[in-house]
Write a protein that binds this ligand. Sequence first.
Ligand code: GLY
Length: 369
Amino acid sequence: MSNSYEEALRRAAEKFRASAEKAAQAGIIPYKSENGQWVTSPYDGNSWWTGGFWPGLMWLLYTYTKDEFFKEEAVRVGELLTAEFRSFRYLNHDVGFMYLLSCGAASKLTLADQAGQDTLHAASLLMGRLNPAGFIRAWNGDHQKGFAIIDCMMNLSLLFRASRMTGDPRFEKAARIHADTTLREFLRPDGSVSHIIEFDPDTGKRVKEHPGQGYCLGSQWSRGQAWGLYGFTLAYLNTEDERYLDAAKKIANNFIAHIRPDGLTDCDFCQPDTEERIDNIAGAIAACGLMELKKATDEKRYQDAALRLVDGLLEHCCDWTDARLGLLTHCTASYHDDGAGRHTNITYGDYFLVEALSKIAGTDPMLWL
Ligand code: GLY
C-alpha cells in the first residue's frame, strides 16, 4: 500500500474519532456536516435510508484501529435503527443499507446474538417486499406498488446473508428473482442501467421507466451506475452466477469510460457539458465495486480504475480541517433536487471512501457479505 493511502486512512480515523464524539453528544444519526455541525437526514427521521452508513463507518474504523469508542458509537446508532422496526411505516427496500451496516456488522464482527436476530428481522422485512410477480417493491405509497430500483441490488446482500445464517433458501431465492429481473429489465445494451422501472404489480410486466435522481429519463445517473456495478458484483460473490459477473463487468466498463480526467465523477454521465455537477459518492462506491471486481476476475484494469477514482477524491475533494466534521466534499444526493444535499459532505460518501481505503489497506471487514 502506498504511503498516501495509508496516511489518508490514518488521518480519516483521527478526524472521525474527534467528530464522532460530537455525534454521540448530540445523540443523532449524522447525515451530513454543515457549518461545523452534524445534521440529521432531511426526511423520515431515523428511518431514512442512509442511517446505516454512520455505524458502518464506525465499524470500519473499529476494525482498523481496535478503538472501543468506534464500536460504542456504532452500537449507539444501531439501537436507534432497530427502534425503527417498531414504527415500520417508513421502512422500505433500503433496510439492506440500514441494517447490513449496523446490526449486520455487529453480528459479523462481535457475534452478538441479538444483533444476529435483528439482522434476520431486517431480512424478513425485505423478504416481505417481494412481489412474486418478479421484483422487490422499492417504496410504500399507493402509486408505487410496481416500482423497482437499481439501488436494491445492494440490499439483496441482506437476503443472501440471511440464507447463509439460517440455512433456509427462501431469502436467497427471493434475491435471485429480483436480481434476474434487474438483469433483464435494467441493464441496457451500452452497459448503463436504468434507475427506476415500474412493473404491473399483478402480472410483473414492465410498464415504463421513470426518471429518478439523474438528469433526465433515459440518462445515466452515476450513483445508479455505481449501485449496479457494486450490486451485481455482490450478487456474483453471493451466488457465483456468471451472468451477474458479466453484468458487473459491462456496467464497470461503461463507468470507467466516464471517469473524468481529474478522477472525479459527474452526477450524471449524460449531463450537459456546461453543467458542473459532481457526485463523489458515486466515485467512492464505484471504487469499492471495482476493487471487488478485480478480486473476482483478476483483471488489473479494474483495480487501476478504482485507484484513479480514489486518487481523484484524495487529491481534490477531502476536507481535512476541523471546520467540517465530515471528510468527502462534492457529494450530491440528486441532480435536480438539492434538498438532501448538493456539492456538500454526506456521510455515505465518507463511508464508501473509508471502505475503499480499508480495502487498499487490507482491513475491510466486507460488511456487505
Ligand atoms: N439509494 C438512494 C440513493 O442512492 O440516493
